[in-house]
Write a protein that binds this ligand. Structure first.
Ligand code: ARG
Ligand code: ZN
Length: 894
């Protein structure tokens, strides 16, 4: 039943030219005339097609213009088969196949295929949505030239598709049409079509070779004032890809449409990107600083796909990381070049470790290029995207940024217009740089799991030598018991304890070049490296910049060493990491203490003063980027602690009390300093750059969150929160104030939540923030609050993915104590929703179901209660393939 990577076979027929006519209506008529070229003698033409999601009905099938009787072809739940005998052409010859169907877009709640969102028609075809709108060879190695005629009543003024609009006009029956032609061959997953009544922002961009591109952003009526930021981002993306990677845009128009109902973030359809409105709409009153940055990243991401994904695409869906890992890497670099590189890097590492490491350690673990899948949508995963981007980043580290740019240019040149594999990408990098990446490729692309790397050092003062002994291993994952050693680029530096600064050294030989940072290539299970010219006993700074997606340990680093690195390392990732490691060690001991029955009190922990003085040093260091100070203040959370523990040993009560105790320790221990820092960051400084303002607000709101946890300062802090809410700089402050009171049962909380709702109740995206705060509250009333939200039909719609994410996923994935309530009420609530949503949108249901896959991490009663809910979901009638895959793998994996 699963699809297997090694069973790839090229298609028996290729669609060369596709001529589509789409009449948008309650029941839409779609006519698709295709020139199919035979590739294999004697093969039937097997077309993908699924009736169910959009009630697709076949009207007629014509071969070379002649009608084919219904009994001359076979149709089942997933395919239409036209027998070879009905297709009298030899290999290399073309035959015309025209299929007419009707679909009902309104009924398509899966949001996959052609559907309606807030009255507008739109499409989502990746990965396999086209088959919900038409019988077709729905696979990415089937690339065609599309001509698309869109027809609708004039109450639907905007009719869009891919490419250039070559003709438009009125029809005798009072309707109108637009004809689109896309000159670039593409797979059907990049096809898009939109019909609706929008507000439009237009602009233009002149490319490096002087071609003018018309830009358009289409949004639901009334949202025009929230589009300028997205347009600025789009123009920056065009420019950046020219400058950094020599990529020029290739058509005379580029459009973005924002819709309210969208399962994912956005989609890179050729010249017609479709976005979840959350990643387009922004103004100061309604969007936080983080929203603005996310929009920039995602606008960039979809635009960059024009080359990494569209001009060069994937041969099959197992190669998904070929375009996604690469494009995430490209959007990360875009955001880093335009904003603070250090804080972007730390945020990306946090995302990877909080969510991808969990995936790698659980029942859904898969290599970035998986070997098998049941529902491909389940593999639009953190592993394929985020770990995939780390693999690309390591290649850049190995071949250097200039070498990477050369390799990327060769890749695009060599494979333009083709559907290729991850191996093709690596080959281009090898050929452009004359390096051998075979070990790298054969480990990182094929093995799942997070490698563990441990380092021991020994210093020889006489010889001025430091020896590093590096060992690596990787835990078993489903289907992969044993792993080969990975090819790991380990970036290291040395910090001198007498100079408090970087030490220079030489790698390998005493006459090598002197450096202050080096990348060691770890390729064996155990390996030694010698650094020469090391003038004093150093503290090693390891895995600089998080140079590889591994778990690193160095047991000889003392807690004082960690504090030292947090204060003095020149690498901002290692500074951050050292503080986190210290906190994690203390938390681990607090969890152990709680397990032995002692009420966790962080104040009497012997290393509490060390942690506090380290944080104090960071807070007082005026030379630091405030965004980094704020990141240093965020302690490892409950879920990170659960992940770090041995399988089957995570006790929710012990973890929760330890984490709460640590937050209290910091709040009580540094209260006056937080108050002082809050005052210093409250107002904009003179000549402050926009980036500095973002960092300042981030730190301000971190301080506020600690201040409300300080018993002596709480009352004053609540006043500060109310004031900040009433006189905010922008939404960051208003939302920050609500977040600060989220977990406190007080009148200020009631008031701010009420005011927030009253102010923004007509703005869907802001109301989703209001949902999220309540779903993530640690107060015991949270499940009831979510039930009340579900009873507000004017703002909550369970068919809308954003609503589900803001309530159910926010709760299950971001409210540790609520989801894991010992009585099982959180589990039951979420499982009920999975069962309910499965009939509406399987992809949304399956994303929620992934939250149960960590059940084996916990002790009883949590593990048994999660397991019982998984069994209940598994027993649902007509469970979707998407959810079934997650649930079955969760139940089966050891
Ligand atoms: N290619 C899109 C992006 O990463 C994501 C589309 C995913 N769609 C899906 N149904 N899984 O930009
Ligand atoms: Zn993407």
């Amino acid at each position: 039943q699963p699809v297997l990577r090694l069973e790839y076979e090229p298609p028996a027929f290729l669609a060369k030219d596709v001529d589509l006519t789409v009449e948008l209506d309650d029941t839409s008529k779609i006519s698709c005339k295709v020139e199919y070229e035979r590739q294999r003698e004697g093969a039937d033409l097997v077309l993908n097609g699924e009736r169910k999601p959009a009630q697709m009905e076949i009207q007629s099938v014509l071969i070379n213009g002649e009608s084919l009787d219904a009994d001359a072809y076979q149709v089942d739940d997933e395919t239409m088969t036209i027998p070879s005998a009905a297709l009298p052409v030899k290999v290399g010859e073309k035959i015309s196949v025209q299929i007419d169907v009707t679909v009902v877009p309104e009924k398509n709640t899966s949001l996959n295929g052609l559907y309606k969102s807030s009255g507008n028609f739109c499409t989502q075809m990746e990965a396999e949505g086209f088959r919900n709108m038409m019988y077709f060879v729905d696979r990415p190695d089937n690339m065609s030239i599309y001509r698309t005629k869109v027809i609708a009543s004039k109450s639907v003024p905007h009719l869009l598709s891919n490419g250039n609009d070559v003709e438009r006009g009125d029809l005798p029956d009072g309707r109108h049409f637009v004809l689109w032609e896309d000159p670039w061959p593409k797979p059907c997953y990049l096809f898009a079509l939109v019909g609706g009544d929008f507000d439009v922002l237009t602009d233009s961009f002149t490319t490096c070779s002087g071609k003018e591109v018309r830009l358009g952003i289409f949004v639901e009526k009334g949202n025009l004032s929230k589009t300028p930021h997205a347009m600025d981002c789009l123009k920056r993306a065009f420019k950046w890809d020219e400058e950094r990677f020599d990529r020029e845009y290739d058509l005379s128009q580029f459009n973005i449409v924002a819709v309210s109902d969208f399962t994912m973030g956005a989609m890179e359809n050729k010249s017609l990107n479709i976005f979840n409105s959350k990643y387009v709409l922004a103004d100061n009153d309604t969007a936080t600083d983080t929203d603005f940055l996310n929009i920039e990243g995602i606008i960039g991401h979809e635009y960059f796909h024009n080359w990494s994904g569209n001009r060069v695409t994937c041969r099959d869906w197992f190669q998904l990381t070929l375009k996604e890992g690469l494009t995430v890497f490209r959007d990360q670099e875009f955001s880093s070049d335009l904003n603070s590189r250090a804080s972007k890097r730390i945020a990306d590492v946090q995302l990877l470790r909080d969510h991808q490491f969990k995936e790698d350690a659980g029942p859904m673990a898969h290599p970035i290029r998986p070997d098998a899948y049941e529902a491909i949508d389940n593999f639009y995963s953190l592993t394929v995207y985020e770990k995939g981007a780390e693999i690309i980043r390591m290649i850049q580290t190995i071949v250097t940024p200039e070498g990477f740019r050369k390799g990327l240019n060769l890749y695009f040149e060599r494979h333009d217009g083709q559907a290729v594999t991850c191996d093709d990408f690596v080959k281009a990098m090898e050929d452009a740089n004359e390096v051998d990446l075979s070990l790298f490729r054969d480990t990182w692309y094929t093995q799942a799991g997070t490698p563990e790397v441990s380092v021991k050092t020994s210093y020889n003062a006489e010889a001025a030598e430091l020896t590093l002994t590096v060992e690596q291993s990787c835990p078993a994952t489903p289907g992969q018991a044993e792993k080969e050693p990975f090819d790991i680029p380990l970036a290291v530096g040395l910090v001198g304890t007498s100079s408090n600064g970087p030490l220079r050294f030489k790698v390998g030989a005493a006459d090598a070049e002197e450096v202050d940072s080096a990348v060691l290539r770890v390729t064996k299970a155990k390996q030694e490296f010698t650094l020469h010219g090391v003038s004093e006993k150093p503290v090693p700074s390891l895995l600089r910049g998080f140079s590889a997606p591994v778990k690193l340990s160095c047991s000889e680093l003392t807690r004082r060493d960690l504090v030292f690195l947090a204060a003095h390392d020149t690498d901002s990732f290692v500074r951050y990491e050292s503080g986190q490691e210290l906190a994690k060690q203390i938390l681990t001991e607090l969890v152990e203490k709680a397990a032995s029955g002692v009420e966790a009190d962080a104040l009497d922990h012997e290393d509490a003063p060390l942690l506090l003085s380290s944080l104090e040093h960071t807070l007082r260091d005026a030379s630091l980027d405030r965004a980094l100070v704020s990141l240093a203040l965020a302690m490892p959370n409950e879920s990170a602690m659960a992940d770090a523990m041995e399988k089957g040993t995570a006790n929710v009560d012990h973890i929760s009390s330890a984490c709460a105790a640590l937050r209290r320790l910091i709040a009580e221990g540094l209260g006056p300093l937080f108050a002082e820092t809050y005052e210093a960051t409250r107002e904009p400084a003179k000549n402050e750059s926009p980036g500095d303002a973002v960092a300042r607000r981030q730190l301000k709101n971190s301080c506020l969150r600690y201040l409300v946890k300080n018993s002596a300062l709480r009352e004053d802090a609540l006043r500060k929160a109310v004031h900040q809410f009433e006189a905010p700089e922008n939404m960051t402050d208003r939302y920050g104030a609500v977040l600060a009171v989220r977990d406190i049962d007080c009148s200020e909380r009631t008031r701010l939540l009420q005011d927030f709702f009253d102010m923004y109740k007509s703005d869907k995206l802001v109301v989703q923030k209001w949902f999220r705060v309540q779903a993530q509250s640690a107060l015991p009333s949270t499940v009831d609050a979510m039930k009340s939200i579900m009873d507000m039909p004017e703002v909550f719609d369970i068919k809308n993915p954003n609503c589900c994410y803001a309530v159910f996923n926010a709760f299950a994935g971001g409210n540790f104590t609520g989801f894991h309530a010992a009585d099982g009420s959180g589990y039951t609530f979420v499982a009920d929703r999975i069962i309910q949503i499965d009939d509406i949108n399987p992809q949304v249901a399956s994303r929620l179901a992934k939250q149960f896959s960590s059940w084996r991490s916990f002790t009883a009663p949590w593990s048994t209660k999660m397991h019982a809910e998984l069994e209940r979901i598994a027993a649902k009638k007509d469970l979707s393939k998407d959810v079934a895959e997650i649930v079955h793998k969760s139940l089966e994996a050891p």
